[in-house]
Design a binder for this molecule. Structure first.
Ligand SMILES: Nc1ncnc2c1ncn2[C@@H]1O[C@H](COP(=O)(O)OP(=O)(O)OP(=O)(O)O)[C@@H](O)[C@H]1O
Length: 676
């Protein structure tokens, strides 16, 4: 007789209660000042709830499997509570991790985490694929990902192609083989952690979050992440699909009058979830047996001789459930059909999946009522049993066992590879991609815009700066030209007026006073100053230079610069002249140039690259009261070439003209010592 196909072979189940862990989020900011609720472990599985003031809460002892306080990290939570379910899912069981709690209590933080502290989902993906592109293939498995949300009682595919599919509601159907399933849901094949997290990030962008009074990023929908594994090479596994579900439930909002429409839908679906749990946990049974008869069964089995079963701690509870529960017959008693959430979670609640219920609690006293509701819900859920198909060994034929050896070999190979990768330096491992883009996208958008704005401002400032720098260099150039002009003009004047014999300080001052600029002070005053030593030679030099202002071509800011650049009193320039001597030369040359300009109608040439440089003009040759040959060559050439050879009568006329204008004697004056 032909044996039934492995797929159809009915396997016994083992009873597995829901694992319930509680996580209390930390309080931050001003909320921390008002104190926090605290859970203190009393014994193995009981926690005592303390109010912020420290006193115990009446009827505040709750049984949980584990409890995590505000200091616990996501990694710790994953390692201690969720990891074994993930491993079981890869090994061939259905597994579900549900995050339940009031709004802002840290469900999404625990499931998705942050880029700095990955949550259960990215850690599970990392665990499954082990940083290897072909991690699952090594185990002979393929994986498919679906990600959807239930928003206002509509099932929306978060991975759907195209905008119309992304918004249309999908129906939840039921058939005998698959149970409840979402029709038309996209199942994307994934080969690596990177694939999965990229798709999750895309789904997160579509998922609905909104700012509420309690949370800036409050989930407005229940999000269900589902990774389906299919055996590839084993005849037994080929017919078996197992699923890992990770569910981030929306937070209940107990402020009914403030709740929005989606808030009301959230509360409604959570109410039905509570109803299902309540029905499932009634007497801890849903298969027709009372709690008492279950205990009796246990006792009978425990005392039965030759039971032949080794006993891990919880196996006593599991052994009595070797008979498959009569689910179909009793399913009517459980109101799964009342909401889409309870339909899609059917296998996790009293079904065939290993289930972990993570209950998150906000420890602020202002959330006390909701916290207590959550803790009571957790207590109730803990007495719900699921029924897991029992281990492969008892279910398989000899033929299947040979596959089991192959499986074991593949698993070992996979684990060895994973070990090798972990032993390699961290730098060579690709980082876990950012799965939180959707959730944080709004904040990132704002930062991005801010950055763009700052960049534009920076560019405008750079342009402004460049324009100013250009203007400055143009001004520098003009200043240089004016300096050159001043330099040239003053030497020209010097050539005319310097006496052949050394000039006394007195004579010098007289000559100074001949300038109209000193109209405010009498000669006698100035002479007196000099005789009394009240005006030192340096201030006299400055006074001389200031006369240059009276020369129109020198009346510019370059004059000031010139003054500032004057050498210190008594110091000599490169040619060995004192500053005083140089200043005298400057002024005289300027006057001489003016008179030459008047005579010839020429204008002073602008300093240019073809002209003698300033340093050249202050050369050691320029030591005497007269001008050197070189100096002569630097003087501007008058338009009339006969100007230096002017007849005596013309020179006299010039001389008279200068006198009448109050200028020092012109080039025709013989005592200048300059040859005409
Ligand atoms: N364990 C924790 N450590 C640090 N911060 C936390 C923790 N739990 C929650 N938070 C912070 O609290 C805020 C609310 O958390 P989260 O959004 O996860 O709450 P939620 O329960 O998902 O709320 P909702 O149901 O409204 O979506 C977030 O800013 C989150 O970063």
């Amino acid at each position: 007789m032909r044996s039934p196909s492995p797929a159809r072979r009915e396997r016994p189940s083992i009873r597995e209660p829901l694992q319930v862990v509680v996580r209390i989020r930390p309080l931050v900011g001003s909320a921390a000042e008002s104190g926090a609720w605290r859970l203190e472990q009393r014994d193995g599985q009981h926690w005592v709830c303390h109010q912020p003031q420290g006193e115990k809460l009446e009827r505040g002892v709750f049984p949980f499997d584990q409890c995590f306080d505000g200091k616990a990290t996501n990694k710790e939570l994953f390692d201690k509570a969720a990891k074994k379910l993930v491993q079981a899912a890869v090994a061939g069981s259905n597994a579900s991790i549900l995050a339940y709690g009031q709004t802002s209590s840290g469900k999404t933080h625990s499931v998705l985490g942050t880029p700095y502290e990955p949550g259960i989902l990215p850690l599970a993906v990392e665990e499954i694929f082990g940083f290897r592109d072909d991690g699952l293939q090594v185990l002979g498995k393929q994986a498919k990902l679906s990600y959807f949300e239930i928003f206002n009682e509509k099932v929306i595919d978060l991975l759907a192609h195209g905008p119309s599919q992304a918004t249309s509601s999908l129906p939840v159907k039921e058939d005998a083989g698959r149970g409840f399933y979402v029709q038309g849901l996209r199942e994307a094949p994934v080969r690596s952690a990177e694939d999965v997290l990229r798709l999750v990030a895309r789904g997160e962008e579509r998922r609905r979050y909104a700012r509420t009074r309690w949370n800036d990023y409050s989930s407005r929908s229940h999000a269900i992440f589902s990774l389906c594994f299919e055996g590839a090479s084993s005849a037994w596994e080929a017919t078996r699909r197992t699923k890992l579900n990770i569910v981030d439930l929306a937070g209940c909002e107990n402020h009914k009058h403030e709740a929005s429409e989606d808030g009301r839908h959230i509360n409604r679906s959570l109410f039905f979830l509570g109803e299902v749990i309540s029905r499932l946990c009634k007497d801890g049974r849903r298969d027709g047996l009372s709690q008492r008869s279950l205990s009796d069964t246990r006792r009978r089995q425990d005392s039965a001789p030759n039971s032949g079963i080794s006993t891990p701690r919880h196996s006593a509870r599991l052994r009595d459930a070797r008979t498959p529960p009569r689910r179909e017959k009793n399913a009517d008693f459980i109101p799964y059909r009342d909401s889409k959430l309870t339909r899609v979670l059917r296998s996790s609640l009293g079904g065939d999946a290993l289930t972990l219920l993570l209950v998150t609690v906000h420890p602020s006293p202002s959330f006390a009522e909701q916290s207590l509701t959550s803790l009571r819900f957790a207590t109730k859920a803990r007495s719900v049993d699921n029924f897991i198909p029992s281990g492969l060994d008892s279910a398989r034929s000899n033929e299947d066992r040979s596959f089991s050896v192959c499986d074991a070999a593949r698993i070992i190979e996979g684990l060895q590879e994973k070990l090798r990768r972990l032993e390699r330096p961290k730098a060579s491992q690709p980082g876990v991609p950012d799965a939180y883009r959707g959730r944080r996208s709004q904040a990132q958008e704002e930062l991005h815009e801010e950055l763009q704005k700052l960049r534009l401002e920076l560019r405008a400032k750079e342009r402004e700066l460049a324009a100013k720098a250009q203007l400055l260099s143009e001004r520098d150039r003009q200043l240089g030209q004016l300096k050159e002009q001043l330099h040239l003009a003053t030497r020209f004047e010097h050539r005319i007026d310097l006496p052949s014999e050394p000039v006394s300080r007195h004579e010098d001052s007289l000559q100074v006073d001949a300038w109209p600029h000193d109209a405010g002070r009498s000669y006698a005053d100035q002479e007196g100053d000099l005789a009394d030593g009240r005006a030192d030679s340096h201030s006299r030099s400055l006074s001389l230079v200031s006369r240059a202002e009276d020369i129109p071509c020198l009346r510019s800011s370059s004059f000031v610069t010139r003054q500032q650049n004057l050498p210190e009193e008594g110091s000599s320039v490169s040619g060995g002249e004192t500053q005083e001597e140089l200043v005298e030369k400057l002024v005289r040359l300027a006057v001489m140039q003016i008179s030459a300009s008047k005579d010839s109608g020429t204008v002073l040439p602008a300093a240019g690259p073809q002209e003698t440089s300033v340093s050249e003009r202050w050369s050691p040759e320029f030591t005497g009261p007269g001008l050197s040959e070189k100096e002569n060559s630097c003087l501007p050439v008058p338009a009339n070439p006969d100007v230096l050879g002017t007849p005596r009568s013309k020179q006299k006329a010039d001389f008279r003209f200068r006198r009448s204008m109050g200028c020092p004697p012109g080039p025709g004056k013989d005592r200048s010592g300059v040859k005409g």
